[in-house]
Design a protein around this ligand. Structure first.
Ligand SMILES: NC(=O)c1ccc[n+]([C@@H]2O[C@H](COP(=O)([O-])OP(=O)(O)OC[C@H]3O[C@@H](n4cnc5c(N)ncnc54)[C@H](OP(=O)(O)O)[C@@H]3O)[C@@H](O)[C@H]2O)c1
Length: 330
């Protein structure tokens, strides 16, 4: 499991936006364990889907849930007021044919930055995505994808990839607006995130795996995906917050697997599920993984959990939470 070498800044108060989400719940958990006071924004503090936050160790003493939508500047301002730092993770995460998620991603990011500037926070950590880095059809296969790469906005638009479009614009806006307002920004760009769920609901990146176990996916796609463990993503956020010398973007991905490798690993660990054995595209050669570098993050001292373990932990967690029945083994 991952280990971070940053110096703890316990006693500080920090805000985590979208606190009830998959990644944010882990950030809140680890921050509380480190002694921080956390102001977590949620759209509805009374929604039982946020109850798991109140159960976290230290939550009774040091977690305050604040009601705020990303489009509600006053709510965000109130949540961020008095904070030393902000972790901005909230953003709609879904695959959609229509660009309705772009506004909360972009306007929400601006709102968080304005509120962070007013509160004079010492650092803002923004959760971007590898989707703001690698979506570029014109990249040569020899190029190593790293923090210098940006997704091609026209390509995202043409392919109706509104999630990557919105997140790429949001990250660009974050760099522009923080520069104008003198806010210290560090960005984490995670790949597809897997691992144990703390929240009771299933988020989009977990569905990516669940569909191979329930029988709903009959085939796997001829494509590749980079993976990372949710605990490592949370540790990366805290590490870049606590390390004064951290700056710029941090690609947060452990390794890239073809979907065929994913289903093979799942079938080996969990033969009781109907994992697909056929590729949906048997005419073309297997898509090869692109080259990428996670050196910048590793140089900060983070050890990343192997993708195989991410897959195992995801399924175990889905079983433990009752999202996935455990059929008897033969
Ligand atoms: N999971 C991945 O594979 C992955 C990979 C790379 C980057 N990321 C980024 O990581 C962040 C968290 O993603 P996640 O996987 O943890 O997803 P998640 O579980 O769906 O969490 C998203 C959070 O954003 C909140 N949110 C969405 N729209 C909002 C709005 N209009 N106002 C206020 N809050 C809003 C949600 O609140 P509600 O509960 O109220 O809906 C939820 O707490 C996102 O920025 C995402 O782009 C995720």
């Amino acid at each position: 499991m991952a280990a971070a070498n940053s110096s703890p800044i316990s006693g500080q108060t920090v805000c985590v936006t979208g606190a009830g989400g998959f990644i944010a719940s882990w950030i809140v958990k680890l921050l509380l364990e480190k002694g921080y006071t956390v102001k977590g924004t949620v759209r509805n503090p009374d929604d039982p889907k946020n109850d798991h936050l109140r159960e976290l160790e230290g939550a009774k003493e040091r977690l305050i849930l604040c009601r705020a939508d990303l489009l509600d500047y006053e709510g965000l301002k109130e949540a961020i007021r008095g904070c030393d730092g902000v972790f901005h993770t909230a953003s709609p995460v879904s695959v959609s044919d229509v660009p309705d998620n772009v506004e909360p991603a972009v306007v929400g990011t601006k709102n968080v930055i304005y509120a962070a500037a007013e509160a004079k926070v010492r650092r803002l950590v923004f959760t971007s995505t590898i989707g703001a880095v690698y979506m570029n059809p014109n990249r040569s296969p020899d190029v190593i994808v790293d923090e210098s790469c940006w997704s091609d906005l026209d390509y995202c638009k043409d392919t109706k990839n509104w999630y990557c479009y919105g997140k790429t614009v949001a990250e660009q806006v974050a760099w522009e607006e923080t520069k104008k307002r003198g806010v210290d920004l560090v960005v984490v760009n995670p790949s597809l995130v897997l691992g144990p769920l703390l929240q009771p609901t299933i988020n989009a990146s977990i569905i990516h795996i669940l569909k191979y176990l329930t029988g709903s996916a009959k085939t796997y796609a001829n494509s590749v995906q980079a993976y990372v463990h949710v605990k490592d993503v949370a540790l990366a956020h805290i590490l870049v917050y606590e390390t004064p010398a951290a700056s710029g973007r941090y690609l947060c991905a452990e390794s890239i697997l073809h979907r065929g490798e994913v289903v093979e690993i799942l079938a080996k660990f969990f033969p009781e599920y109907p994992t697909p054995t056929k590729c949906s595209d048997e005419k073309n050669p297997r898509v090869k993984p692109y080259k990428f570098s996670n050196k910048k993050l590793k140089d900060l001292g983070l050890e990343l959990t192997p993708a195989k373990q991410c897959l195992y932990d995801t399924v175990k967690s889905l079983q433990e939470q009752g999202h996935l029945p455990i059929p008897p083994r033969d």
